[in-house]
Design a protein around this ligand. Structure first.
Ligand code: ZN
Length: 281
């Protein structure tokens, strides 16, 4: 029997990704992030119409800019999760902890619930990040790519010396719900300058549908069990032609027997229940 969980996740970066990751200050660049609020409203409507749960990774910076949208996300039953305060890579572990706790306080104040899940801005996990999550009792991370359709437990203490073999760290109780750039709308849809050149983006939705549906079909048809995690950004997926593609994809996913839409928190809890962590034993 097929048993596939689908997690629709939205990284509601808004202006923070342009300020932090791209170091932009121009009103044009910032307005691209502002459009995320338009996209977020469209997505909330789509999710409401289809009665689908989802998970929203919201930087503290976004929550303070659009508190009414964070309140709406929570009020409609979606999961609110942690995505740092500024969408930036902190310079060291102390700066990371300060940014982290600032974001937690903002999300808890505005959303009313303390987040238990984390996704690193721009998949830029630092060596100290996992310990930061463990120290704060987090349930899961979603920033790593060590698997695709199977959750696993994060390790700490891995080392990658250039003059010796890879060193495996020890497994922790922190669940990893894997991320992948291939199931992320940002690089394939967004046109932006990088330090080394240009990301052309602006792919046709049909191309993205082929990639996203292809991964789902492999999971469903060949493996039969697992979790399919889509990472979307309201400022990217919220454009009309892309939303129509998402609707088509949701139709496809929903038409398969044994497919259930869940929040990331639910999937992480189910994984822990089915595979209790060995740490401490
Ligand atoms: Zn982000």
């Amino acid at each position: 029997m097929k048993e596939v969980s689908v997690c629709l996740t939205f990284d509601f970066d808004a202006m923070s990704v342009w300020i932090g990751t791209f170091h932009a200050r121009s009103p044009s660049a910032l307005s691209r992030g502002e459009f995320g609020a338009v996209g977020a409203l469209r997505l909330l409507t789509l999710l409401r119409e289809r009665r689908l749960p989802s998970t929203w990774f919201v930087p503290g910076h976004t929550a303070e800019a659009f508190p009414h949208l964070v309140e709406a996300i929570v009020a409609e039953g979606h999961e609110l999760a942690h995505h740092g305060y500024f969408h930036d890579r902190p310079r060291d572990a102390d700066a990371e902890a300060a940014d982290f706790d600032r974001a937690s306080a903002v999300l808890t104040r505005i959303g009313g619930v303390a987040p238990v899940g984390y996704r690193s801005p721009a998949a830029g996990l630092m060596p100290s990040t996992l310990q930061c999550l463990l120290d704060r009792g987090f349930l899961y991370d979603s920033s790593m790519m060590g698997n695709d359709f199977s959750p696993y437990y994060c390790r700490i203490g891995d080392a990658a010396p250039k003059d010796g073999p890879y060193v495996w760290g020890r497994e922790t109780s922190l669940v990893e719900l894997p991320f992948t750039w291939g199931l992320d709308d940002f690089p394939i849809f967004e046109y932006f300058q990088t330090r080394g050149g240009l990301n052309p983006g602006l792919a046709a939705p049909s191309q993205v549908y082929e990639i996203w549906a292809g991964d789902f079909d492999y999971l469903y048809d060949r493996l039969g069990r697992g979790v399919y995690i889509l990472t979307m950004h309201p400022q990217a997926i919220g454009r009309g032609h892309r939303l129509l593609m998402l609707e088509r994809l949701l139709d496809h996913l929903s038409s398969r027997e044994g497919v259930t839409f869940k929040t990331m928190r639910t999937v992480a809890l189910e994984f822990r229940e089915a595979h209790p962590p060995t740490i401490g034993k």
